[in-house]
Design a protein around this ligand. Structure first.
Ligand code: ZN
Length: 431
């Protein structure tokens, strides 16, 4: 039996009480061409090299409505999925070598729909649990504009070893070298070239180096409604729509954002003014963040609304009707102490929800399994393992418009996988 583990020890904290949890040994999500395959003698040379069967104890396809499959396998040709099903049947149907991953449960490669890899060097350098402004000031006190690429690479490799195969990353530093690192690691991505500032110097013609390659893309994003010129947001949304690319924005993350949009000159408003980030053209819309986003025309099925901590039932309905995807970052919200999103209502609304880590400036790691574990322990709602896995796979793939290639084990998609940590398997078995 071949096992493909790259053991890595990750120390993390997951509960509201910040109780240290046991480290995991996470397996690799690397493409299988890096792995040694068992070969059968009779196979023609060409088939032997390009086709393979990957078998394990349990497969979660992450296809809505489909259950986990025991003693199952995935047949691949050139790393593209040909068929998924029972091992006993498919090993007779296909004469390809089998790689046996053993007694593990696998899922499609995980997708982190909201990260800021360029902030990886700020790990342990920001204020934890004191509110948005103290956190932001601690961020600004560091050299946050200069990307520490060795930390970026380390963080990306660590996430990859834990099963992440794709990032929806915010390129707030606008340094495209970050995509070279992801390319080198064979990670997939949609990197969001983020607009920030009020007014924005190029609001009508923001210069974004769009890249539409299916698995390595650069798209546009706005930072937030209270920090980014509305004209610029509208134009970028139009541009991304025309290119069939996703758009991302931080939405309703903290209370000061909400009251500032309602016209209050609060401490966050003063901070932006002091730092000359808020020009005289700023006009409070006197609406909630979600209402304002709707009126700007930036909500649709190709928009990823990140955080959504401070939303009302009415806001939720607007997001639902527009088809907007929500990205929850519960550990980041806890770290910064901005409140807790109405997670139960959001999930029950039927909106497509992804779970993401945000950055190492507001989280303890970029481990999506830890994010899921924290989410499961803090949400007052039951999930099956199949449902939970969708928050890290098919839902973010859909939100990033990458679900033709990634997000589930289905015919025609690229084969990438993650292994469900034993603690999460056990958590569901005990329920
Ligand atoms: Zn963010």
């Amino acid at each position: 039996m071949d096992r493909h583990y790259l053991p890595i020890v990750t120390t993390f904290y997951y509960s509201y009480n910040r109780v240290a949890a046991a480290p995991y040994n996470f397996p690799t999500g690397l493409p299988v061409q890096h792995q040694q395959l068992k070969r059968r003698k009779k196979l023609p040379e060409k088939t032997r090299q390009k086709s393979k069967i990957i078998r394990c104890k349990q497969i979660i396809p992450a296809v809505p409505g489909q259950q986990a499959m025991d003693n199952a396998c995935i047949v691949c040709h050139d790393n593209t999925i040909v068929e998924v099903g029972p091992y006993r049947t498919l090993k007779k149907k296909y004469s390809a070598a089998t790689t046996d991953l053993g007694q593990v449960t696998i899922t499609p490669g995980l997708i982190n729909a909201h990260s800021h890899l360029n902030l990886s060097g700020l790990y342990n350098k920001t204020r934890d649990g004191e509110g948005f402004i103290p956190w932001l000031l601690s961020l600004l006190a560091n050299d946050y504009r200069t990307t520490d690429f060795s930390s970026v690479k380390k963080a990306a490799i660590s996430a990859q070893q834990q099963g992440t195969c794709c990032f929806g990353d915010i390129l707030s530093g606008h340094n495209l070298h970050l995509t070279d690192i992801l390319d080198e690691l064979q990670l997939h991505y949609t990197c969001f070239y983020e607009a920030f500032g009020f007014p924005h110097a190029d609001a009508q013609h923001p210069s974004i180096p769009y890249r539409t390659t299916p698995l390595q893309r650069i798209s546009g994003a706005g930072h937030a409604l209270h920090t980014t010129d509305p004209d610029c947001l509208r134009v970028i949304k139009r541009q991304t729509r025309a290119r069939n690319l996703p758009f991302s924005i931080h939405l309703a993350e903290h209370q000061d954002e909400m009251t500032m949009l309602m016209g209050e000159k609060n401490s966050f408003y003063n901070l932006l003014k002091d730092r000359e980030l808020l020009g005289n053209t700023y006009r409070p819309p006197m609406k909630t963040a979600v209402e304002y986003a709707r009126d700007l025309g930036i909500l649709d099925a190709a928009t990823l609304a990140v955080h959504c901590v401070h939303i009302s039932d009415k806001d939720l309905n607007i997001l639902l009707k527009s088809g907007t995807n929500i990205c929850l970052c519960p550990r980041s919200n806890l770290f910064i102490d901005v409140g807790r999103a109405p997670m139960e209502k959001i999930i029950d609304s039927g909106i497509s929800v992804s779970l993401a880590t945000d950055s190492l400036a507001s989280n303890h790691d970029l481990n999506l399994w830890n994010e899921l574990f924290h989410f499961l322990k803090t949400i007052e709602r039951d999930f099956t393992l199949e449902e939970a896995v969708q928050l890290l796979t098919i839902n973010p793939a859909r939100a990033l418009l990458m679900d033709r290639e990634l997000g589930s084990f289905e015919k025609g998609k690229i084969f990438r996988y993650g292994v469900v940590p034993e603690e999460i398997v056990t958590y569901f078995e005990k329920k």
